[in-house]
Design a binder for this molecule. Structure first.
Ligand code: INI
Length: 162
């Protein structure tokens, strides 16, 4: 007998997906949001089943993602941001808090919350990952959200105490 294999498909037709995006470095994050919306549409997510919520910066992504995930109205959340290292240690606090907070929001809510936050040394590197030669990380984060939402729909229900 072969093992049961669980894997999420990329059919977005029945999914409700929220994007939470940081306005800081907006020229980049708008391109990431466009990439994420393009991905959702290409995979069949209806426009009326998507939302885009803007927050000031990447530091605010976790609390907003957590609030939206807790609404019960979405199957997955895509977090979009752009943190550029520059010269100050602020980078480490903002990028680190965004990463650990988004992880925690996913674990606490039990919903897929994906990480479309660029953390780069330079603005050029960010541009390359926002529709330039290194692709569009917003598109990739949306694709991961679709796959994970469908995976979770197919998995056995979690026990209430787990
Ligand atoms: N927010 C970002 O999204 N990217 C950055 O590069 C950034 N830098 O460099 O400071 C940044 N700072 C703002 C931060 O996310 C909060 O919005 C702010 O501290 C208010 O809480």
């Amino acid at each position: 007998m072969s093992p049961q294999v669980y894997e999420g498909n990329l059919d977005g037709r029945d999914l409700r997906i929220a994007i939470v995006a940081a306005r800081f470095n907006e020229t980049i994050t708008r391109r990431l949001v466009d990439g994420a919306l393009d991905c959702l549409r290409r995979h069949g997510v209806r426009d009326d089943a998507c939302s885009v919520t803007w927050v000031p910066g990447a530091f605010e992504l976790p609390v907003a993602a957590s609030r939206i995930a807790g609404s019960g109205d979405v199957d997955a959340v895509v977090c979009i941001g752009c943190v550029v290292r520059g010269e100050t240690p602020h980078f480490d606090y903002v990028a680190g808090s965004a990463a650990s907070g988004i992880t925690r929001a996913g674990l606490d809510s039990g919903l897929p919350i994906t990480f479309g936050v660029l953390t780069t040394d330079t603005a050029d590197q960010a541009g390359a990952r926002a529709g330039g030669k290194a692709g569009n990380k917003g598109f990739e984060a949306a694709l991961a959200a679709i796959e994970m939402a469908n995976l979770f729909a197919s998995l056995p229900k979690a026990r209430p105490d787990v």
